[in-house]
Design a protein around this ligand. Structure first.
Ligand SMILES: NC(=O)c1ccc[n+]([C@@H]2O[C@H](COP(=O)([O-])OP(=O)(O)OC[C@H]3O[C@@H](n4cnc5c(N)ncnc54)[C@H](OP(=O)(O)O)[C@@H]3O)[C@@H](O)[C@H]2O)c1
Length: 296
């Protein structure tokens, strides 16, 4: 693969992590978030599974784990209880691209929990890469349907409960849309995946514009390069899959601990050092950094 261009911010902080680290590890820093209800899509394996486990370590009240494969949710439930038996686990078998199923899930979570403090839109797909005219049309739209429509439907269904929670508890609630560093580059063959993740960045800015003033703090997060069922299928990116799934999990838990509305609407990489990121607050806010803009 060609060298990555500087605008993707690979080295936005001088320290780059490949794994969870003391500032993002709930067993080493005070990242405890008791009473929160957290919902994670794509939580049956890979990065979403790690996010669920790190929230258990952060001692949240309830983790709602969603995916289509029920047996994987059973395994994650057991793993959560192995870490923290006091965390309530709710398994929600769900296809994020199904309008009716997502609407029903939102109704269920409202009636059973009455609140939602954190939504992590992590479910994703990357079908086989191919140049535009050579790929399969259905596969192209499957990637877009899971990555973009799925994220949109979850926002459509759950933003009302998120806003109500922010207002009732007089707090910020958080939405993390898992995107990709691929949103910033153009790798021939990867247009379905990379345009869908690019669109997720702009959707994140729309959440900020429409709901930021109502207590919803929404960011888009690149999870690092992680060897998972999805990424293992893409031969071209194999050499860059050197991060652990806990890298992103710790980063997300750190982010939602902090009421960090100054990051709202922005792209963040899990590999960045969070203490350096905080030190760059004025540079980021005053410079309108970490948003998608044309250079003119
Ligand atoms: N791995 C990387 O290096 C990397 C890099 C950049 C970004 N990402 C992003 O990270 C996220 C997690 O990916 P991963 O690498 O951890 O992949 P993974 O291990 O294959 O996990 C994907 C998860 O998404 C779920 N999912 C897929 N389609 C779904 C649907 N229609 N409805 C509900 N859940 C669905 C899967 O469960 P079911 O199949 O059971 O539904 C699974 O739990 C994705 O958004 C991906 O694009 C990954």
């Amino acid at each position: 693969m060609a060298a990555l261009p500087p605008h993707i911010g690979l080295n936005f902080t001088s320290t780059i992590h490949k794994d969870i680290n003391p500032s993002t590890d709930p067993t080493k820093s005070d990242l405890s978030q008791p009473s929160k209800v957290v919902l994670i899509t794509g939580a049956g394996r890979g990065i979403g599974r790690s996010i669920a486990l790190q929230y258990a370590a952060a001692n949240v009240a309830t983790v709602i784990i969603c995916a289509r494969t029920a047996s994987e949710l059973d395994e994650v439930e057991q793993a959560i209880h192995g870490i923290n038996s006091s965390v309530q686990v709710r398994k929600l078998p769900l296809d994020v691209s199904n309008d009716a199923a997502v609407a029903a899930a939102a109704t269920k979570v409202r009636s059973e929990q009455g609140r939602l403090d954190v939504l992590v839109n992590n479910a994703g797909a990357s079908d086989d890469w191919a140049p535009i005219s050579e790929g399969d049309v259905k596969a192209y739209w499957n990637t877009w349907t899971v990555n973009f429509k799925g994220t949109y439907l979850m926002l459509h269904g759950f933003l009302p409960l998120l806003v109500d929670t922010a207002e009732a508890k007089k707090t910020l609630v958080d939405v993390v849309n898992i995107t990709s560093i691929g949103a910033h580059v153009i790798i021939p063959g990867a247009s379905a995946y990379q345009t869908s993740k690019f669109a997720v960045l702009r959707l994140t800015e729309f959440v900020q514009a429409e709901y930021g003033g109502r207590g919803v703090n929404c960011v888009a997060v690149h999870p690092g390069g992680v060897l998972t069922e999805m990424s293992a299928r893409i031969e071209a990116i194999r050499p860059s899959l050197t991060d652990t799934p806990d890298l992103c999990a710790g980063f997300v838990v750190w982010f939602t601990k902090g009421q960090r509305s100054w990051l709202c609407g922005r792209y963040l990489s899990s590999a960045w050092d969070v203490d350096e990121l905080v030190a760059k607050r004025d540079e980021i806010v005053q410079g309108e950094k970490l948003k998608m803009r044309m250079v003119v």
